[in-house]
Design a protein around this ligand. Structure first.
Ligand code: SF4
Length: 418
């Protein structure tokens, strides 16, 4: 399917202090998706604390590259750091023979930045040839926001995908297993014979890719992965993302269209779902209609969420912030936003908070660090990170997605009443 013309709405671009988790955070959901992969954070104690407190993930990010040690050393120190990394990896692989793919995840302490993790991965691949695949990507807070970590990990996998000419649908982006099973079943009922996923459920069970592959992004934050797949010959399907009834239907219909499936066949499979989804959504719509929403930039899900909450739940959009706007991947979403929606890209925290305070919205979607201060000022909030941990994709999940926004409003009004 041809990629539509990229629409070009006015966007306020900001830079300054940011308030987002770094890309290491995505390890929390990636390690659950691929239990035979291991994410070795090469970082500091801060990185270890982040991961351990966020997910209790077993990591080996000992402070072995600490500033004090390397700061006093020259290049010989870097050689020591590489030797230490090799030693840790050998120890890890000995203790955990089930690991099939090892991701070295870079971070932002200056002594880690000096390490060339791509070279380290190459070296470790030679040392452990045939036993494990070693890949690397950056989760550094300087370069990435938390969902971009998934983009980095998937992009690192793309060169390993075998080549194929076979016609197939490739769903890209982590979904809850049960949601994915349901969506794959629907695609097959519509008549798409072969449906594969990236990331796979086993890190070595990688899908093949080639000119017959149509890529359907399940998540909007996978720009690098999408481009790497297109470079491997795949065709990118342009569609809204599968959030809400309307978005999910359009997402599935776009895939069906890419395979030449008749609209009547699509309607036969999807119409009952749409009807059920809209019915389940109705009570949430009643509560959300007319409520004013401000989305601060955090997860890159903001634009699809804003589209869902305004069109299907009747919310008024005060401002829709996104950390990074990929106009091509967002083209179908931007077309659906109400005309004149205020969009902002990047972050200048103080300026954005000034706008939030001036607008006094009913609900702010934001990072965890901002929620408490805003709640203390009497503004209801929703943590955006919750959205990447919850099964929110598909028509069947639309009511659950809406409830994630209606619940804080209900709680807030109860607190005010008391
Ligand atoms: S990568 Fe950087 S931002 Fe993330 S936890 Fe480590 S030090 Fe903090």
């Amino acid at each position: 399917m041809a990629v539509p013309l990229v629409v070009d709405p006015p966007v306020l671009r900001e830079s300054g202090q940011r308030e987002v988790f770094c890309g290491l955070t995505s390890i929390v959901w990636l390690h659950r998706r691929m239990p035979d992969a291991f994410f070795l954070v090469v970082g500091s104690r801060t990185c270890a604390h982040l991961i351990q407190s966020a997910a209790g993930v077993m990591i080996f990010a000992e402070p072995r590259f600490g500033t004090a040690i390397l700061g006093e050393r020259d290049l010989a120190g870097l050689a020591d750091a590489n030797a230490e990394l090799d030693r840790l990896v050998a120890q890890l692989l000995q203790r955990r023979p089930e690991i099939r793919t090892l991701f070295l995840v870079g971070s932002c302490p200056s002594e880690v930045i000096k390490l060339d993790l791509a070279k380290a991965a190459e070296r470790l691949n030679q040392q452990h040839h045939g036993r494990v695949q070693v890949l690397n990507y950056s989760g550094s807070g300087i370069e990435t926001t938390f969902t971009q970590g998934e983009d980095g990990a998937l992009q690192a996998l793309v060169p390993l995908l075998p080549a194929t000419d076979q016609d197939q649908l490739l769903i890209v982006g982590t979904l809850a297993d049960a949601v994915e099973d349901r969506l794959v079943g629907l695609f097959q009922r519509m008549g798409i014979g072969r449906v594969v996923s990236l990331p796979p459920r086993r890190s070595t069970d990688l899908p093949a890719v080639g000119p017959g592959t149509r890529v359907l992004l399940a998540q909007p934050f996978l720009s690098g992965t999408a481009r790497a797949l297109v470079d491997r010959g795949a065709q990118l399907i342009s569609a809204p993302y599968p959030l809400g009834v309307e978005g999910s239907r359009a997402w599935m219909a776009a895939a069906a269209d890419a395979f030449g499936i008749a609209a009547a066949q699509v309607a036969q499979v999807l119409d009952p779902l749409v009807e059920r989804g809209l019915q389940a959504l109705a009570p949430h719509r009643e509560l959300l209609t007319g409520k004013r929403l401000f989305l601060l930039p955090d997860s890159q899900l903001e634009i699809p969420l804003a589209r869902f909450l305004s069109r299907e739940c009747g919310m008024e959009l005060v401002e829709v912030g996104t950390p990074y706007l990929d106009r091509q991947l967002m083209a179908s979403e931007l077309e659906l936003l109400p005309p004149g929606t205020s969009l902002s890209e990047g972050q200048h925290l103080e300026n954005q908070l000034d706008r939030v305070r001036a607008a006094r919205p009913d609900l702010v979607v934001c990072g965890m660090g901002l929620a408490n201060p805003l709640e203390a000022e009497g503004i209801a909030t929703k943590w955006s990170i919750e959205l990447v941990f919850s099964p929110i994709h598909g028509c069947d999940q639309a009511a659950d997605l809406a409830e994630l926004f209606s619940r804080p409003l209900r709680r807030h009004s109860l607190l005010q009443f008391n």
